[in-house]
Design a protein around this ligand. Structure first.
Ligand code: ASP
Ligand code: MG
Length: 419
């Protein structure tokens, strides 16, 4: 069965990178290739929601795509025409913002497909909103994609857009920033791929975030659970929802580096064969902690439910929780409705709020019956004030809440100490 390969914005960020992507996919017999928009262009489309800067964003997009088309293609006119059609949509006041943001993927996949054809490959461009549907709860891949599963011809390269989908009211929209990894996972599972590959500009998941930490190493293998924790807690390389459909369907996810295709990358699967106890550390910023305490909680039941209901009412996910007999602390990163949440909580308890925190998450095989593992983590952070500790919900991760200003020191120290 064919593989699904997804390439991120940097991987298709220039004509020479697009050539490289074409080299990679055409070394396979047939593929479903899912692309992000050229790097920087979705940011530009987001900024273009503001009518005051829209014209200059359109100029930026035209310059970027024209350069790419100029360098990549011999027969440029169809792509130039497509670009102008798309820039008209971007410029229009009547275009809804989520549809405007989707335009980068449409143009990037068009140009890339033209390139494959010019190189003599049989390529077919699929329009993702024909089979990707979303309301704000769930993304569904419709059976239409199944049809390609049945008609795949050897040597045909199918190209489609990540990120974009038909939204509940039937219009064009998207899955939210970074969503093309998730698109690829859903599509790969739908067509029965043996593997979903996510190609970026780094050789797989590292033990820490190389932007902040010196001396990180790529991780060869990890479990779905670990990858999900890491992606959620700030490893920028993978959208957190990506592993869910793959785990359910038993489809492996492989992270690969477009700039260095020979590098091993990271294989995410249901078996993790690493002998190490600690695999990686990630951090998530802009965390708000809410401390709720009430004497009424003492020996009472139902108190937590009342607390959680307030968060549910305001559609605010809770990340970390710790409890004592008379208090519960929890963290959120979505603070849109914070004022209302606090107001309601104050009717039942005393409440304290603190911003500018980070969650640091250590993942690995932190087995329940293994003495000394927590001690190693704590030893590494002995000089850092720790504001919350969470372990035991899973034996795959341990999370610490710290002041954001201590983040880099914490990550570095954990990296030095654990790996
Ligand atoms: N192009 C979209 C973004 O920049 C989707 C993606 O790259 O995953 O967020
Ligand atoms: Mg991404």
């Amino acid at each position: 069965m064919i593989k699904t390969l997804k390439f991120g914005g940097t991987s298709v960020g220039s004509a020479s990178n697009m050539r490289q992507v074409a080299n990679i996919i055409t070394s396979e017999g047939s593929t479903l290739t899912v692309l992000s928009a050229m790097s920087g262009t979705t940011d530009s489309l987001v900024r273009a929601s503001d009518g005051a800067v829209r014209d200059s964003e359109v100029d930026f997009l035209r310059a970027k795509y024209t350069e790419c088309i100029g360098e990549l293609l011999t027969n440029k006119q169809p792509s130039i025409d497509k670009m102008e059609e798309i820039l008209t949509v971007v410029s229009s006041d009547s275009t809804i913002q989520s549809a405007r943001e989707a335009q980068g993927e449409l143009l990037t996949t068009f140009i890339f497909t033209e390139h494959l054809k010019e190189r003599g490959f049989k390529a077919e461009l699929l329009y993702a909103p024909d089979f990707m549907f979303t309301d704000d709860q769930e993304v569904v891949v419709q059976s239409k994609l199944n049809t390609i599963k049945n008609v795949i011809e050897p040597g045909t390269y199918y190209v489609t857009q990540g990120f974009i989908a038909t939204v509940a009211d039937g219009t064009l929209g998207n899955l939210g920033r970074g969503g093309s990894d998730y698109s690829a996972a859903l599509m790969g599972v739908a067509i029965g791929s043996s593997e979903v590959q996510i190609w970026t500009d780094i050789d797989g998941m590292h033990t820490g975030d190389p932007r902040f930490v010196r001396g990180t190493r790529p991780i060869r293998r990890m479990s779905f659970e670990e990858a999900a924790e890491l992606a959620y807690f700030g490893a920028k390389i993978l959208h957190p929802a990506t592993v869910i459909p793959c785990k359910e369907a038993g489809v492996d996810v492989r992270l690969k580096n477009t700039m260095d295709p020979a590098a091993d990358g990271t294989l995410i699967s249901s078996s993790d064969e690493s002998a190490m106890n600690f695999h990686a550390v990630a951090a998530k910023d802009n965390i708000t902690v809410i401390r709720i305490s009430s004497a009424r909680m003492l020996m009472a039941y139902g108190f937590l439910r009342k607390v959680f209901e307030v968060f549910e009412k305001y559609k605010t996910p809770i990340d970390m929780i710790t409890t004592s007999e008379v208090a519960v602390s929890l963290t959120v990163d979505k603070i849109e409705h914070l004022d209302k949440i606090i107001q309601e909580l104050k009717e039942m308890a005393s409440v304290e709020v603190e911003h500018c925190n980070s969650i640091v998450c250590v993942v690995g095989r932190i087995d329940y019956d293994h003495a000394g593992l927590a001690a190693r983590v704590f030893k590494a952070v002995e000089n850092i004030p720790i504001k919350m500790i969470s372990y035991g919900a899973s034996h795959r991760s341990m999370s610490l809440l710290i002041n954001s200003e201590d983040k880099i020191a914490t990550l570095q120290s954990l990296n030095n100490f654990l790996f």
